[in-house]
Design a protein around this ligand. Structure first.
Ligand code: ARG
Length: 269
């Protein structure tokens, strides 16, 4: 036992020794220096959510883009490291983060009490809001939140948006699927009446698909905005991220990222 403690202490000293200057956490080991030593910032996302994060072809190569990804890239650039994206199903993201599979998660995610128990969040970088996506021919049917009760609603599994759908449409008629693209297909096929999604995604699909339309039924929001998640207790990276976000917000850089992502999602066509 003593030997192990001595070894951990020795290792901790090595880390704090190489840490020269960088803010170090309680253990004396700097998370930021670890990322720099690794040469990459590993970021988890669910790339099925244009324009936040999605797949597109750039010069014939499948690439993950979006304004969340641009924010992640800005953080990696600030750290002077490469950005590595890990794409997975949304409902596995926070668990994988807690298991140490990546440094942070950016995925149009907002915090709530349950998530706060598992991970920590940065400051918000953009106001969050939900809209519903419907077939154009049905757009007139839904004006207020009362009009959607009992409709067949679709939402992504493991999201707060899903919980809202259950709340306002009803448990019995809510369908959860892991991938947003599958939800959109079900909606287009007439198997679902409406989808609960984050507003930018709804606006993108409404613009890109002729048969779909965005409707604002004023879904109440209790979240202050989208935030980046880090491992529980990783206040060093959390503070670093907050510093970069503050800079990006002060420069109005995020607006530029949004415009570019919308274009990449085909919104200018
Ligand atoms: N904003 C919702 C939430 O926090 C849904 C986010 C879904 N994100 C995604 N990349 N598919 O639960």
């Amino acid at each position: 036992m003593k030997k192990i403690i001595a070894l951990i202490l020795a290792l901790a000293m090595v880390f704090s020794f190489t840490a020269c200057g960088g803010g170090s956490s309680d253990s004396g080991k700097s998370v930021i220096d670890d990322i720099k030593a690794k040469g990459k910032l590993t970021v988890g996302t669910s790339a099925d959510y244009p324009p936040y994060e999605f797949h597109t072809e750039i010069d014939g190569v499948d690439t993950i883009v979006g304004f969340d990804i641009a924010i992640a890239k800005a953080i990696a650039d600030d750290l002077g490291v490469e950005l590595e994206i890990v794409d997975m199903s949304f409902d596995n993201l926070l668990m994988s983060l807690a298991n140490g599979e990546f440094d942070m998660v950016i995925a149009a995610i907002t915090s709530n009490e349950e998530r706060e128990k598992a991970v920590d969040f940065s400051d918000p970088y953009l106001v969050s809001k939900n809209l519903i996506l419907v077939k154009t021919e049905n757009a007139g049917k839904y004006k207020t939140i009362d009009d959607i009760a009992g409709a067949k609603g679709g939402a992504q599994t493991g999201t707060i948006t899903y919980d809202r759908c259950v709340q306002y449409v009803g448990e019995a008629t809510t369908v959860g699927l892991a991938k947003v693209q599958d939800l959109v297909m079900e909606l287009q096929a007439g198997k679902l009446d409406l989808l609960f999604l984050d507003y930018m995604t709804v606006l993108t699909y409404a613009e890109v698909k002729d048969d779909l339309e965005a409707v604002d039924v004023n879904i109440p929001s209790d979240a202050e905005g989208y935030q980046i998640a880090v491992k529980e207790g990783n206040s060093e990276l959390q503070q670093y991220i907050n510093g970069v976000l503050a800079k990006l917000l002060a420069e109005n850089a995020i607006e530029g990222f949004i415009v570019e992502a919308q274009q990449q999602a085909g919104m200018d066509e």
